[in-house]
Design a protein around this ligand. Structure first.
Ligand SMILES: [Zn+2]
Length: 88
C-alpha cells in the first residue's frame, strides 16, 4: 500500500493516460473500493484514511509490525496486527 502510494505520487496525475498507469490505477481503485466499502459500514474508516495519508496504513498501531495484506483484504480498516487485535 505504501509503495503503491509513493509510486502513484511520483507519477503523473494524469496516469489514466499513462501507458504504465492502468495496472496501478486499477490496483489503487481496488484498494480505494475496499476502503470505501468499509467506510459504509465501519465508523473507523476515517482513521484508516488518515493512516493512508500519513503513511502508517498497514502498520500495527500497537507493536509497529506490518499488518499482513491478507488481513487488510478482509479488514481494510484494521489498525492492529492479528496478535495485537486478539489482546486489544
Ligand atoms: Zn501488533
Amino acid at each position: 500500500m505504501e509503495s503503491l502510494r509513493r509510486t502513484r505520487e511520483s507519477s503523473s496525475d494524469d496516469d489514466e493516460h499513462d501507458p504504465e498507469g492502468p495496472t496501478l490505477s486499477s490496483e489503487w481503485s481496488r484498494i480505494r473500493g475496499l476502503l470505501t466499502a468499509a467506510e459504509s459500514r465501519l465508523g473507523d474508516a476515517d482513521a484508516a484514511w488518515a493512516r493512508v495519508e500519513n503513511g502508517s496504513y498497514g502498520t500495527c498501531l500497537r507493536c509497529g509490525s506490518a499488518i499482513p495484506p491478507g488481513r487488510l483484504e478482509v479488514r481494510p480498516t484494521a489498525a492492529f496486527c492479528v496478535a495485537c487485535a486478539s489482546v486489544h
